[in-house]
Design a protein around this ligand. Structure first.
Ligand code: ASP
Length: 358
């Protein structure tokens, strides 16, 4: 049965701890090894030690939690669609035993994992909060403790019912986020959607009117398809550059292993005024490949046809990704192609907002 924001989640629980923390690796848990930083083990104890440094009142308000670590800890540059699939299945398997989930992940591809989980865990009725840090847990001035603290606090709020990212005092919709900075603590942004919540002083404030909890009601209807084909390169991502030639585009799109492509156009949906580019796109669409377009600009939306040069895109079968992030658009193509759907249904679902991604 679907949880309402006020339902007593605790009564549903079978585990003693309220939150399940899944540690996948990333800088947050890295330790110095002979050949440089690499993911370190014993995260449960290290996390407990870090949290014991919080002021007593903050420690007392932490939810109880249990940590599980993946056997193979990774730098998130090694994450693949199969990693996304594994995480979704693990959350699905443990769903009713915990009131919320915290995923500890490297920051480099964290927003990709977040976007993919959002599609796989549709109708989620409790929080899944992903976090990491820019500096390792035990480093001087690390952001890890603050991020863990906030992630646990938001994961304990039953009113949050979606996949979110907590980072640098901000709670972002997972499928709306991008990594925007390679060094600063404030590394994530949600360019086209407001914050779902934030830390204000010592309080963790959630804005329910912005959350999926109020926007989508119903029981979890997880879709956990097999991502193996996507993992073998079924989708390509092609940002335009000045001087792009039709043969280059064709080299990607005519490959029979490619069934989908995400184009990143200029501005509001512009591309060079070269009919042979549109021919390549039309041919690929005609072969049943799923083509979508977003902008290279992180903010704003594409409007296919706003410029003469981009006018032929819709005719060539290219779907407008509106203001979706690259992560949201790519993982959505991946998710739709992984299911046994007719092409028309895939196209229609791509244009529909499934989890507040557009
Ligand atoms: N290279 C790291 C990773 O993505 C960066 C980080 O964790 O912040 O795993």
């Amino acid at each position: 049965m679907a949880m309402t924001p006020h339902s007593p989640l605790a009564s549903n629980l079978t585990a003693r701890e309220r939150i399940l923390v899944i540690y996948t690796g990333g800088t947050i848990g890295m330790q110095q090894h002979a050949d440089g930083l690499a993911p370190g083990g014993d995260f449960a104890n290290r996390m407990a030690t870090a949290l014991s440094q919080l002021p007593l009142t903050q420690q007392q308000s932490l939810p109880s939690y249990k940590v599980i670590s993946y056997a193979k800890l990774i730098d998130s540059s090694a994450a693949t669609p199969l990693t996304w699939q594994q995480l979704a299945r693990d959350i699905n398997d443990q769903l009713t035993a915990y009131a919320g989930f915290v995923i500890i992940h490297g920051t480099d591809t964290l927003s990709w994992t977040a976007a993919s989980l959002a599609y796989q865990l549709q109708g989620l009725d409790r929080p899944v909060v992903i976090t990491g840090s820019m500096l390792p847990l035990e480093s001087q001035g690390s952001d890890a403790l603050d991020n863990l603290h906030g992630a646990l606090q938001f994961a304990a709020k039953p009113v949050l019912q979606e996949v979110a990212i907590y980072f640098a005092r901000q709670l972002l919709r997972g499928v709306r986020a991008i990594k925007q900075h390679s060094e600063a603590a404030n590394a994530f942004a949600s360019p086209n959607y407001p914050l779902l919540g934030e830390r204000v002083g010592d309080d963790f404030i959630y804005y329910p009117s912005r959350g999926l909890g109020l926007q989508q009601r119903g029981a979890p209807r997880f879709e956990l398809p097999d991502y193996n084909l996507v993992n073998q390169g079924e989708i390509v991502r092609i940002p335009l550059w000045p001087g792009i030639s039709a043969w280059q585009l064709d080299a990607w799109l005519s490959d029979s292993r490619v069934n989908g492509a995400l184009l990143q156009l200029w501005g509001a949906g512009n591309l060079p005024d070269d009919p042979s580019l549109l021919d390549v796109l039309a041919r690929a669409s005609g072969e049943g490949k799923l083509l979508a377009a977003i902008s290279q600009c992180p903010q704003g939306s594409v409007h296919l046809g706003a410029y003469a040069a981009g006018y032929g895109l819709s005719d060539a079968g290219v779907l407008a990704g509106d203001d979706m992030t690259p992560e949201a658009a790519f993982t959505k193509l991946a998710h739709l192609l992984a299911q046994p759907l007719a092409l028309e249904d895939q196209r229609q679902l791509f244009l529909t907002s499934l989890v507040g991604e557009r």
